[in-house]
Ligand binder design. Structure first.
Ligand code: ADP
Length: 526
């Protein structure tokens, strides 16, 4: 093509275009650039070439290909000078190719200091993609008037075609980079992370998950379900079941793995396809995140143990204080004396300490209560007795105290009646305690096909959402203006939870500040 001046494309021209269009298949940016530059240089018989590639954020410094090997600092300077003053800058600004027939007479030719090459003619074309200049190629020759209009036109056509190939490869490279980044982030997370598709098959997992599933390569786990790993540890069976049942939003719960001797806080969330609108898009799958809380659990167990020991040991001295205070009271001759007041104060304080210890020990006993205390009980009777036991407290507070008990007389459950009554009393007691005078407390009890449900509703002060996940923890109390005058230890609900869980049931709460609360538990019927 070098000798040609007619405007008819030759066989070589067509072959050049065909070879450039073949590059569209390649996704290797370096290879695409190398070939484009070589093809264009050979097509016009250029002696030297320089090439600047832009990416979205400016110049792509990895792809500034120069004829001369320059040290990085100098190369940067040269590129800026050429883009500011030189021909490549002109082509970029005008978005069109251009010819310099003789560098000695064209002011656009900029020679940077120290450049000894005897360049006399130049052809410069921008690579345009969606109206943006993505690269500039400069072809140089030592003879004047080496390049002609036909070369320019041909190189412009080739550059336009090559732009698509360059952009494709660039996008692919960026995508690959982002994917590598995502993978690196995933692997750096110490938590076990598993992404599942809508059929509960593993799509993605990180190193920690790989270790737990005992697979050497992620690919070995991809495509299988968590159920497939149940033989390693029942925790995977449990996770699989939870995922199957879970379709909306996120939820957290704790699981212990006996095989790994570890405790986990599990967060289960659903994910949607990015393109689909948030909210009503169908679920694309689940994300399972396991956070190791073994140390926390060990600490909590240690704390429970310390409390148990401390409360056992405190009982004797407190019993002594109460006993001797009673004796002083009896010895007192009845004269008006401040001693009587002091003794009363000691008695009240000691009683309070004693009650707290009793409650602590009760929680402890529940956690370890032997199953032989279970009896067959007519549940309706137990609920009605409990309701009546609590009536005086509700009446004293002038509450509207009602109930809706839909239980069959013949329904019999196997349970520890003392503990279950205590759990019910605690819930009703709390409703009475945290509901202002004149408002309502209502107890509901009924059965479903599989469970016995017990619910206490009140129109009391309610609880802020932030507290709800912690309410059932030992010693947790909501501290605000409304609760400040109400006495309590923060142990009542933790006792309810322990009792219910010992009966393989579950507790729950719903509440809205200023509107009221609903606390409930359910026990399995079988
Ligand atoms: P406490 O001895 O403090 O009542 P609990 O464990 O029984 O301890 O309850 C924990 C906290 O939950 C309470 O301090 C209170 O703030 C809140 N709470 C429990 N029941 C209710 C209710 N029915 N209405 C409002 N707040 C409640």
């Amino acid at each position: 093509m070098t000798e040609k001046t007619s405007l008819q494309p030759t066989f070589e021209d067509l072959e050049l275009l065909a070879r450039v269009s073949q590059l569209l298949m390649s996704l290797d940016l370096d290879e695409v650039l190398r070939q484009v530059i070589a093809l264009m240089r050979d097509a016009v018989g250029a002696t030297w070439v320089s090439f600047f590639l832009h990416d979205q954020h400016g110049l792509d410094w990895d792809h500034i290909l120069m004829v001369r090997e320059l040290p990085p600092g100098e190369s940067l300077q040269v590129v800026h000078q050429v883009l500011d003053n030189g021909l490549a800058g002109w082509a970029t600004r005008h978005r069109q190719g251009t010819l310099v027939q003789d560098t000695q007479t064209d002011p656009r030719w900029y020679v940077f200091p120290g450049d000894q090459r005897p360049v006399r003619s130049v052809l410069c074309v921008p690579f345009l993609y969606e109206d943006q200049v993505i690269a500039v190629l400069t072809l140089e020759h030592e003879a004047p008037q080496h390049f002609n209009e036909y070369h320019l036109r041909m190189m412009t056509i080739v550059a336009n075609q090559a732009s698509v190939a360059v952009r494709n490869a660039q996008l692919f490279q960026r995508l690959e980079g982002q994917q590598r980044q995502l993978r690196a982030v995933l692997q750096a997370i110490p938590e076990v992370l598993i992404v599942l598709d809508h059929e509960q098959r593993i799509l993605l997992l990180n190193n920690a998950a790989q270790e737990m599933l005992q697979v050497a390569q992620a690919s070995a786990a991809i495509g299988s379900t968590l159920h497939d790993y149940a033989s390693l540890d029942p925790i995977f069976y449990e996770l699989h079941t939870q995922v199957m049942e879970h379709q909306r939003a996120a939820k957290s719960f704790q699981l212990r793995s006996e095989a790994f001797q570890r405790d986990f806080e599990v967060t289960l969330s659903v994910w949607h396809h990015a393109a689909a609108a948030e909210g009503n898009a169908p679920v694309a799958g689940h994300i399972v995140l396991l956070h190791d809380i073994t140390t926390l659990h060990d600490l909590s167990r240690f704390k429970d143990e310390m409390l148990r020991i401390a409360s056992h040991d405190l009982r004797s001295p407190i019993a002594l204080i109460i006993g001797y205070a009673d004796m002083i009271e009896m010895d007192d001759t009845g004269r008006e004396s401040p001693v009587r007041d002091y003794v009363n104060i000691i008695q009240t304080a000691a009683e309070r300490m004693n009650n707290m210890l009793e409650e602590l020990l009760r929680v402890e006993r529940v956690k370890t209560s032997p199953l032989e205390l279970y009896e067959t009980i007519t549940i309706k009777l137990l609920v009605e007795t409990t309701l009546e036991n609590m009536r005086p407290a509700a009446t004293q507070k002038h509450l509207i105290y009602g109930a809706d008990i839909q239980l069959d007389e013949t329904l019999i459950l196997v349970l520890d009646p003392v503990l279950i009554r205590q759990a019910m009393e605690n819930l009703i007691g709390n409703a009475i305690k945290y509901t202002p005078e004149g408002k309502t407390v209502r107890v509901l009890a009924y059965t479903t096909a599989t469970s016995f449900e017990f619910i206490v509703e009140d129109s009391g002060i309610g609880i802020d959402k932030a507290h709800l996940p912690n309410l059932f923890r030992s010693f947790y109390r909501v501290k605000n203006q409304q609760t400040s005058g109400i006495a309590g230890s923060g142990l009542g609900l933790s006792l309810v939870k322990s009792v219910v869980e010992r009966h393989r049931g579950e507790v729950w709460v719903e509440s809205e500040p200023g509107v009221g609360s609903r606390f409930g538990f359910r026990l399995p019927l079988s």
